[in-house]
Design a protein around this ligand. Sequence first.
Ligand code: AMP
Ligand code: MG
Length: 411
Amino acid sequence: MRTFISFHEALGTVLSAASALSVEEIPLKDALGRTLAGATISAGPVPPFASSAMDGFAVRAADFESESTDLENIGHIAAGAVSTIKVVPGTCIEIMTGAPTPEGCDAVAPVEWVTSREGERVVFKKGPTPGQHVRPAGEDVAKGDQVFSGGERITPAIIGMLATLGVDPVPVIRQPIVAILSTGDEVVLPAAQPRPGQIRNSNGPSLREQAIMAGAKCDNWVHAPDDPVLIRAAIDEAKGVDLLVISGGVSVGDHDHVKQVLRDAGAVFDFWKVRQRPGKPLAFGRLGNTLLLGLPGNPVSSAMCFEVYGRALIERLSGRAPTGNPTLKAVLGKEIKKVDGLHFFTRAIAEVDEEGVLRVKDTGPQRSNLYGSVVQANCILHLPEAGGYVREGTLVTIEMLPWSKLYASAP
Ligand code: AMP
Ligand code: MG
């Protein structure tokens, strides 16, 4: 087992340990937020036929040589209908938006261009140029086009395109099943009245929602006190999940039993401890086919490490590419002193200033027990390991939090 490795090595290890789960077909109406499996190739052109973009008249552009033209209306085509007659010189066919353009026409004159109508004689104040107000077949997507490459998280817009292409049911990657286990003798239920020395469980509830937001299926979290037998029972209970996230008990305290209990159960650890703050005692390994992410109990460490490592894992298992929250470059608005030799996940607020420049500042004190910093933050400011001081004006990398106001991801 490696120990005290760099953030990049840790994230690389975590990502290479996971790969996309199996493919399943589900109804399109249930596909929001799921990941498309494989490429989507269009079986036909979109739109499927040439149609009118306006309510008006299907015409021959060549008939409009003089400034004003009158034509004989020889028919009517509603959306959904197909004309059996052709436009021939001197004639037009009334047509509605979305109706297939009839043979013989090469343009549509909108109804607004009609100056008078008497019987079947229609007088136009001007005529269209060839192709005007006609939507050609295949303008959006040609037959055989690769519309999606696979790995996309399905958005409402993707649902619309899949519906247009007739992809229902839709092939998706199976949703990763995640179990959350919090540990600690001092931790009680959120609804409980803590006795002296006790605190309410915040990691279980927040980690569950983070896992769901990252695309996992996650039943309620469970909690175990710092008792090896009870921790083991909870781990056995989670058997078969794709990822088991455990909060607390991974440090070196007398009551930190999680790693040993997992080892006794047959787990293998890839690493323990990362040169990062918060979240130094992070542990990662596997127990059979279940990946294990051991997070420090501090609520800030737990939340940040989950966003960085847990989300990446769930997205990799979901077959998503790329993985991780979107990253951006921002200008540091206020200097930051950090510890040289540790990668920092600084809770920060990114805002676009009056000149349109994205600027970022930390949320204030960054101690890992101050959960308010997580609540205020809309991003994680990544400060690289090397260096102890980051000057105002430095271009820095930020990772937008999925619940942030700037960049919200799909449910
Ligand atoms: P640990 O990693 O178990 O040493 O815990 C580190 C700190 O996080 C301690 O102050 C714990 O009380 C706190 N903590 C551990 N688990 C939770 C939890 N589920 N919710 C809130 N705080 C916790
Ligand atoms: Mg503990």
